[in-house]
Design a protein around this ligand. Structure first.
Ligand code: NAP
Ligand code: ZN
Ligand code: ZN
Length: 348
């Protein structure tokens, strides 16, 4: 099957229309007619080879929601007509220890990423969700619960799970003092989810103009990180910080805001290495942790949580031809708070 997509031909080329092949569905596969695809900052990092050389042509997109249009004979979880979500992974070995423990993102054989990777045959390149259709193994397709709007649910498949998972891992609950650094796609979901868990959330942002939005999204407090007067009272304040910053910055600026034994979970991936001094960790037994998306079982739990709490991303719906402009606006922090591409506009 051929499907209309948007692809980057090289790390310097803007994204442009391209027809791509999708495999015929096998017995374990689900065919999805894509409705919306979110734009994650990881799409930009990879389309521009900021994390090392990417595989081109590259069709980004790992925040996918669509309607199931066909299922293979062995598929049990989904039927034609269901609303389905696909995130950062499309396959894994399914048998190694991490896979058996539902952490497919750490598959020992190497996860098959939704794009900029290969299928498990290690030959066939994968193409992401900036397209009209996708074919994905059932295990890597989530069921989108009733009540979630497709355009705002698409970003949950990466931004949602990437912030939900460390909040769960580090025991966020009523009264936990959570700081979220960076109010972009991940950050705005982090605020919403942490607030729904009952946490006292503070938004730590470089953008003064986002203060009102932070409160609307559920933050109790807002601090402009460039203003020393606002940052000083926050020293030793937080139990948990979720750091979503996509660009170079100093982790020590945020580690000093942790209480003793506090945790900073890093989810943002600046292209450059970030140096950390031992003393910034030792004084106060601070923990610096990382977190990579979440497994498929946890992704399904996150969707149920979002449906229960009526959470979705705040999206600006765009047409495919606006993708390049949306990339520039995302880099400038000028997105409120996720671009969601209307997949009907990929048709040529
Ligand atoms: P985004 O929408 O561009 O948001 C990033 C935010 O970081 C910006 O809105 C801005 O917020 C802040 N920021 C940007 N430059 C900054 C700087 N120099 N100093 C301080 N703050 C800065 O990006 P996103 O889609 O949320 O993704 C964020 C990062 O997470 C990316 O690196 C992405 O690749 C990564 N990611 C990781 C995972 C994972 O599994 N760990 C999953 C998805 C994405 P303010 O205006 O509020 O300061
Ligand atoms: Zn992502
Ligand atoms: Zn595995």
């Amino acid at each position: 099957m051929q499907t209309a997509a948007y692809a980057a031909a090289t790390s310097r080329a803007p994204l442009a229309p391209m027809m791509i092949d999708r495999r015929d569905p096998g017995p374990d596969d689900v065919v999805i007619d894509i409705l919306f695809s979110g734009i994650c900052h990881s799409d930009i990092h990879q389309a521009r080879s900021e994390w090392g050389p990417a595989l081109f042509p590259l069709v980004p997109g790992h925040e996918i929601v669509g309607r199931v249009s066909k299922v293979g004979a062995n598929v049990k979880k989904l039927v034609v007509g269901d609303l389905a979500g696909v995130g950062c992974m499309v396959d894994s070995c399914r048998t190694c220890e991490p896979c058996a423990e539902d952490h497919e993102q750490f598959c020992e054989a190497g996860t098959a990423w939704t794009y900029n990777g290969t299928e498990m045959d290690r030959k066939t390149p994968t193409f992401g969700g900036y397209a009209q259709h996708i074919v994905v193994r059932e295990r890597f397709v989530a069921k989108v619960p009733a009540g979630l709007d497709p355009a705002s649910a698409a970003p949950l498949m990466c931004a949602g799970i990437t912030t939900y998972s460390p909040l769960v891992q580090w025991g966020c609950k009523a009264g936990t003092r959570v700081g979220v650094v960076g109010l972009g796609g991940l950050g705005h979901m982090g605020v919403k989810i942490a607030a729904a868990m009952g946490a006292e959330v503070t938004m730590l942002s470089t953008s003064a103009g986002k203060a009102a939005d932070a409160q609307r999204l559920g933050a109790a407090h807002f601090a402009l990180t460039s203003d020393r007067a606002q940052m000083k009272p926050l020293a030793r304040h937080f139990d948990l910080i979720i750091n979503t910053v996509s660009a170079q910055h100093d982790y020590a600026d945020y580690l000093r805001l942790l209480r003793p034994y506090g945790v900073m979970a890093v989810v943002g991936v600046p292209p450059e290495k970030v140096p950390v001094s031992a003393n910034a960790l030792i004084n106060g037994n601070k923990r610096l942790a990382g977190s990579s998306i979440g497994g498929m079982a946890e992704t399904q739990q996150m969707l149920e949580f979002c449906a229960t709490h009526e959470l979705g991303a705040d999206v600006e719906i765009i047409a495919a031809k606006q993708i390049n402009e949306a990339y520039e606006r995302t880099i400038k922090g000028d997105v409120r708070y996720r671009f969601s591409i209307d997949a009907s506009t990929f048709a040529q």
